[in-house]
Ligand binder design. Structure first.
Ligand code: NDP
Length: 248
């Protein structure tokens, strides 16, 4: 039997890139998924694609994860639709890069509200359900930038470092109910987010990656599926860097 048969996973930012790969990987291993993104066009397309080969395995939900009340409503809808949630993957994230000297207050707020408060909002929406679920898991997609910082990404670095602290606090708070909470910290992965990097920056980044190549979305999905699996039941409060050796 596939490893995630009977399980339900919620994947935020599932409309594109890493989140899309995670959602599809869960379905390939037997789970049903709630694909969440900002726009219905992206999460709807992913859900349609999944349902074409696995009928009824996916449903799409468009919400801004930064909107606390809207996320609580979405949470109720997902629980009503699926009857249960075992796995929550907080993957929705944005960048608004710029040197501090030029960074606007709204660029700071957008990134913190999406990347960090978004995870608080979804954990609030699903924690009661997770506490009663079989093999309950919270997996937050952080970033190596949250570990080592990066010039021009003060907002993003702070949001991802904050997400790592949040991951550990949640791990401690929910350990008594056997809910594990871990983070995956990707390095540079080929997606829309990194597609915008100028060639010169890409070349410079590559010199800092021992494995000398960008990662693929499947590399992150594999780490998430491991942490979500029953085999990872004794791992909590950890940060798994999937970065080609960048931060070793
Ligand atoms: P993409 O930009 O390709 O996709 C981001 C996804 O998040 C989209 O589906 C988008 O929705 C969704 N999203 C963005 N803001 C919101 C919001 N406010 N509410 C709901 N959904 C939202 O990103 P990646 O796949 O590259 O990155 C995914 C995660 O991995 C992010 O958290 C990112 O920080 C992290 N990461 C990525 C790295 C990389 O190299 N790519 C490296 C390290 C970390 P929509 O489709 O509707 O726009």
């Amino acid at each position: 039997m596939p490893i995630f048969s009977g399980k339900v996973a919620v994947v935020t930012g599932g409309g594109r890139g890493i989140g899309q790969a995670i959602a599809k990987a869960f379905v390939d291993q037997g789970a049903r998924v709630a694909v969440v993104s900002r726009s219905l066009s992206s999460c709807g397309a992913v859900a349609d694609e999944i349902n074409a080969t696995h009928p009824g395995a996916a449903k799409a939900y468009a919400v801004d994860v930064a909107d606390h009340d809207a996320v609580q409503e979405m949470g109720k809808q997902i629980i009503a639709d699926f009857g249960n949630v075992n796995i929550l993957v907080n993957n929705a994230g944005v960048t608004r890069d710029g040197l501090l000297m030029r960074m606007k207050s709204e660029d700071w707020d957008t990134v913190i509200d999406t990347n960090l408060k978004g995870a608080f909002n979804t954990v609030k929406a699903f924690m009661r359900t997770l506490m009663k679920a079989e093999d309950p898991r919270i997996i937050n997609i952080a970033s190596v930038i949250g570990l080592i910082g990066n010039a021009g990404q003060a907002n993003y670095s702070a949001s991802k470092a904050g997400l790592i602290g949040f991951t550990k606090a949640v791990a401690r708070e929910l350990a008594g109910r056997m809910v594990t909470s871990n983070a995956v910290a990707p390095g540079f992965i080929t997606t829309d987010m990194t597609g915008e990097l100028p060639e010169k920056v890409r070349e410079e980044v590559l010199t800092k990656i021992p494995l000398a190549t960008f990662g693929e979305t499947a590399d992150i999905a594999a780490a998430v599926l491991f942490l979500a699996s029953p085999q990872a039941r004794y791992i909590t409060g950890q940060v798994l860097a999937v970065d080609g050796g960048m931060t070793m």
